[in-house]
Design a protein around this ligand. Structure first.
Ligand SMILES: CC(=O)N[C@H]1[C@@H](OP(=O)(O)OP(=O)(O)OC[C@H]2O[C@@H](n3ccc(=O)[nH]c3=O)[C@H](O)[C@@H]2O)O[C@H](CO)[C@@H](O)[C@@H]1O
Length: 356
């Protein structure tokens, strides 16, 4: 009988892309795949769009907030309902292993897996574990991390660094196709701006505030997030997108420099594709500060230039872009001798060995 793996993870694309990287390999090896996500999260759109044939099971899920909200009182009940929903999917589908990429929807699934005695692997992409994965750790059989330093803050007997798991299609981009799609045929270098999978208002403002100056130096692909396209800025050499799906590899292939938030998956993708990057991490005010640690680690390795959001002004933005251009050679040379990560095949083997 075919083996069966159940994936979970969602809330933002960063909690889905590792799953989308692994799913095709499991299918190629003849495994049956099921996905558990929330009814309204971005994971539903990504999974049902890329893998329409895979059963997508929605469960109830609360949001894990670090701030006061009346919903904090009702959400524990949603999480409990989520555990019961997940348990019923697990009992019905009988997976041999569960792989969780984190995000709040994954917590009930990991809890239910322990109750159903199914082995669970979780993957943590950031330097410090997110709240969802922190809650999941006691229920996990094994924990894989992207950054080597993360293992120190986890139970040693079940944690190991696998590195970033990167979608194979990202390496198959075609520069000519990127140029055709964007209509960029000038000699100027291409700058891609990616404000995280959900966009970033402050970065969008800095780009638009300096647009005339930037366009003298670059052709620009600006991924600005859902609802953030501002048509009045559209012009030759400046293309705006809410989110790029299947064509992302082509746009990346023609890209010379990147300006980005410091979400773990994105920055490891830029590293793997050798794109010098200016990182503007999500501030400590708006998050637990994980992106600042991710960015510091990359600056420390010589892969990136960093600008803190608190210091972001039109002037500092342009200064850092100049620094990025000046550092191109040294960044590319650091990237050549970078950390080696697990391949999709290595990760497949680890998970296959863990399954019942
Ligand atoms: C606001 C927030 O909570 N951010 C977190 C979230 O970031 P976020 O969801 O932004 O995640 P990442 O930057 O890690 O990954 C984004 C993924 O979306 C893909 N992509 C992005 C734009 C696009 O147009 N098309 C596309 O396919 C990227 O290639 C990448 O694979 O998860 C990361 C990994 O846990 C964390 O480090 C971030 O702190």
């Amino acid at each position: 009988m075919n083996k069966h793996i159940l994936f979970t993870g969602g809330g933002s694309a960063g909690h889905v892309t590792v799953n989308t990287a692994l799913i095709p390999h499991f299918e190629k090896e003849g495994w049956k795949v099921t996905y558990i996500g929330s009814e309204k999260g971005i994971e539903k759109e990504i999974i049902t769009d890329q893998f329409p044939h895979i059963p997508y099971e929605s469960i109830s899920s609360g949001k894990l907030r670090r701030y006061f909200s009346w919903k904090n009182f009702t959400d524990p009940f949603r999480v409990m309902k989520g555990v019961m929903d997940a348990l019923s999917v697990i009992r019905k589908t009988k997976p041999d292993i569960i792989f969780s990429k984190g995000g709040f929807v994954s917590v009930p699934v990991v809890m239910a897996a322990k109750m159903a005695k199914v082995p669970v692997a979780i993957h943590e992409s950031d330097v410090t574990p997110g709240l969802a994965n922190k809650l999941a750790v006691p229920f996990a059989t094994k924990i894989f991390t992207t950054f080597p330093e993360t293992v120190k803050s986890l139970p040693q007997d079940k944690s190991l660094c696998a590195g970033a798991i990167i979608r194979e299609e990202l390496f198959k981009g075609d520069t000519a196709e990127g140029k055709r799609l964007s209509g960029f045929y000038e000699e100027k270098p291409v700058l891609m701006i990616m404000g995280g999978s959900l966009g970033a208002r402050k970065i969008n403002e800095a780009v638009r505030g300096n647009l005339a100056d930037l366009l003298t130096q670059f052709q620009i692909i600006h991924i600005c997030g859902k609802g953030n396209i501002e048509e009045q800025y559209s012009q030759k050499g400046y293309k705006q997108y809410e989110f790029i799906k299947a064509d992302l590899p082509h746009y990346l292939a023609m890209t010379d420099y990147v300006i980005s938030r410091a979400g773990s998956n994105s920055i490891f993708e830029f590293l793997a594709l050798k794109k010098p990057m200016l990182l503007i991490p999500l501030s400590r005010e708006a998050s637990r500060g994980d992106q600042i640690l991710n960015a510091n680690s990359f600056v420390g390795h010589g892969y990136a230039v960093k600008l803190e959001e608190e210091e972001l002004t039109n002037e500092s933005f342009m200064n850092k872009i100049n620094k990025l251009k000046e550092s191109q050679e040294s960044i590319l040379s650091s990237m050549k001798s970078g950390q080696k990560a697990y391949t999709i095949k290595d990760m497949y083997q680890e998970l296959a060995d863990m399954s019942k």
